[in-house]
Design a protein around this ligand. Structure first.
Ligand code: GP9
Ligand code: MN
Length: 648
């Protein structure tokens, strides 16, 4: 059908005059989409505007095909507003966007309701509701007049497709791959708009249920080629098998970040117990979590399998029935009794189901403990550890050795709003002014201060645990492993304040001040290091390993010491590689080496050491990062380990 420009002009004139509700709907929801990006990622990418406009115009056009137009506009508006509000709140807390596949974990949302309300609600989260208020006013004012009705759907659909086409034609072209694998949700929202993102997420979330239609063969081929080219060779080095047959206790330390180790306030260390364990044991000081929306559960998964977390949803919830090779099931096969303990509900993160599938013989969850002291999300760490020691003693005496146990802490979970109940750690600052001692609040009452108090509490709990285990004779022939499960989601401003508060002038220094400490976006990413410590009472290792290392490498490194080997592991044995070969790949394609932090979103390399970085160096590492993200994605999405194992 040949459409003339004149006809389009007539279309706009008619819409404005006769279909004001359509006009309002398009303009208002387009504005909301733009406001959403401004209030969350702060991005104003032009191409996203074309996608936003194309989507809302197409949705408006569909109103011409339905009978109950006003009802249609109200329902669609509620859906679009909900998409903005939920993602806005979620972004405050996770710096990412909601995956509908997570909504399956209602327990997760219930337990997080209070945390998010406490921590993340802002007026700008609800501002999108203005559209619905305006819609009711417009509907009330303008009646739909059938007499002048013209079905412009085709014309509107064409304009919408032109707009979407312009969006597709604009750079950067790399972002299309992110639509498929959803590695980088922020990049998808910035480039395609929040409406396209959410539709994409729904498609990707549904994809696993139809995965045999979507590219199974290609995925299997890609994975086989990868392992054919890069199969990780089993390490043989001075650490091979040094802990074989020993008992292993792993402490999954909630939100523990490395910057707190070695930190002191008023001459008191924040983490004296962890500092001692790190000094005496093997301390991996350049270590990062590699989580996605699954936070704790992503870390448990990546540590156990040496694969990166799922791109859509979480393995613990959406792929818990898949077959994986894990540290736990390999030790089980070597005769270990393998258990996990955690003071929270067993169905949180679907652990009841996933832990058994991972190879744990038993998961002792909330119902296994006396809930006699609750802070934050649940049972306090000190009470948890007090109860754990006799339970381990029972396991040793009644089930036998060797055993492997994962102890998951809870108290140090955001928002740390009740630290005054359980911590008197002082984060104020005393300064002498004109010979007078003046006490400044400094971090007292600040989120950073509350976090540090909570970390100090957790450190005390771990110190108490080690002592109680020693008194119970449970440290003999036993290895203690501690890792921080991910960063605490502290805002960048919390760090800028901590590093730039000046007690003399009682203000925060800025760039114009001499001793101002810059804390840029890369410093912020690098501050997300978490500790990984391997300690045993029997041996003083006194080793600090600063090779760039990710959670994906932890199970391989410890596994070599335990005499186990996972041929599907994508991580490396850190004791077997040089510092130059260490690389930490994050789910969005960004990565850290000893030379750079590569930011995949902005395609930018931030130097971490002097020297020139070649394009080849970036290309090689970027291809490596994309490979392991893609192989992880395929193994998880298509449950390929099951097929690879059965094909043996
Ligand atoms: C929940 C606890 C915290 O039981 O492990 O989970 P997180 O919020 O860190 O994923
Ligand atoms: Mn956690």
């Amino acid at each position: 059908m040949k459409l003339k420009i004149k006809k389009f002009k007539e279309l706009f004139k008619n819409i404005e005059k006769n279909y004001p509700i359509i006009l309002y709907f398009v303009v208002a929801n387009f504005i909301n989409a733009v406001l959403f990006r401004i209030f969350t990622t702060g991005s104003f990418a032009i191409r996203a505007l074309f996608f936003d406009f194309g989507v809302v115009l197409l949705l408006a056009g569909f109103s011409l095909l339905v009978k109950k137009k006003n009802f249609y506009f109200i329902i669609v508006s509620i859906i679009l507003i909900a998409c903005c509000v939920i993602n806005s709140i979620y972004y405050n807390y996770y710096s990412s966007f909601v995956s509908v596949s997570l909504l399956a974990t209602s327990v997760f949302l219930k337990d997080f309701g209070d945390v998010v309300l406490d921590f993340a609600i802002r007026i700008t989260d609800w501002i999108y509701l203005w559209e619905l208020i305006g819609l009711f006013i417009v509907i009330k004012k303008y009646k739909f007049d059938v007499k002048i009705y013209k079905n412009w759907f085709l014309e509107m659909a064409i304009i919408s497709l032109i707009s979407l086409g312009v969006g597709c034609a604009l750079p950067p072209y790399t972002s299309f791959s992110r639509l498929i694998k959803l590695w980088n949700r922020v990049s998808v929202v910035n480039n395609f708009g929040v409406y396209v993102y959410q539709v994409d997420d729904i498609v990707q979330s549904l994809k696993p249920t139809f995965n045999n239609i979507f590219g199974y063969d290609g995925a299997l081929k890609e994975v086989k080629e990868y392992y054919g080219k890069n199969g990780n060779v089993q390490s043989v080095n001075d650490y091979t098998g040094i802990f074989e047959g020993k008992n292993i206790i792993v402490i999954h330390a909630e939100s523990l970040q490395s910057f707190t180790l070695g930190l002191s306030f008023n001459d008191e260390e924040v983490t004296p117990n962890l500092n001692k364990l790190a000094k005496e044991g093997i301390y991996f000081s350049n270590f990062y979590a590699q989580v996605g929306v699954g936070t704790s559960s992503d870390t448990e998964f990546t540590y156990a399998t040496s694969l990166l977390p799922a791109n859509t949803g979480t393995v613990f919830v959406n792929y818990y029935n898949n077959k994986f090779v894990t540290v736990q099931n390999m030790l089980n096969n070597k005769g270990y009794y393998v258990f996990s303990m955690h003071g929270n509900n067993g169905d949180f993160w679907n652990r009841d189901a996933m832990h058994i599938n991972m190879g744990y013989d038993k998961f002792y969850s909330k119902s296994s403990f006396v809930i006699d002291e609750e802070y934050g999300l649940g049972l306090s760490d000190k009470s948890f550890f007090r109860q754990v020691v006799p339970m381990i003693s029972d396991i040793k005496n009644n089930i036998g050795e060797p055993y492997y146990g994962t102890l998951i802490t809870l108290t140090n979970h955001t928002p740390w709003s009740d630290t005054e109940i359980y911590s008197d750690y002082d984060v104020s600052m005393t300064v002498s002014i004109d010979g007078e001692d003046v006490v400044r609040d400094y971090l007292e009452g600040k989120t950073m201060g509350n976090y540090i108090k909570a970390v100090n509490y957790m450190d005390e709990a771990i110190g108490q645990f080690i002592n109680d285990m020693d008194e119970a004779g449970l440290l003999e022939n036993t290895v203690i492993v501690i890792y921080g499960d991910h960063d605490a989601r502290l805002g960048k401003k919390q760090f800028e304040y901590m590093y730039n508060y000046d007690p003399i002038s009682d203000r925060v220094l800025n760039e114009r001040d001499d001793n101002y400490v810059e804390f840029n976006d890369y410093d912020y990413e690098l501050s997300k290091k978490v500790p990984f410590i391997i300690w045993t009472k029997d041996t003083q290792f006194e080793l600090d390993v600063d090779t760039p290392m990710g959670m994906i490498d932890a199970g391989v490194t410890l596994g070599n010491m335990l005499g186990i080997y996972n041929k599907y592991a994508l991580g490396k044995d850190i004791m077997n590689i040089s510092k130059e070969d260490g690389i930490v790949v994050f789910k969005d394609g960004s990565y850290i080496t000893d030379k750079i932090y590569y930011n995949s979103k902005d395609n930018e390399a931030y130097a971490l050491s002097p020297g020139v970085i070649s394009d080849d160096y970036i290309k090689k590492n970027s291809e490596y990062a994309d490979d392991i993200i893609s192989v992880s994605y395929n193994l998880i999405t298509y449950d390929l380990i099951r097929d690879l194992e059965s094909a043996k």
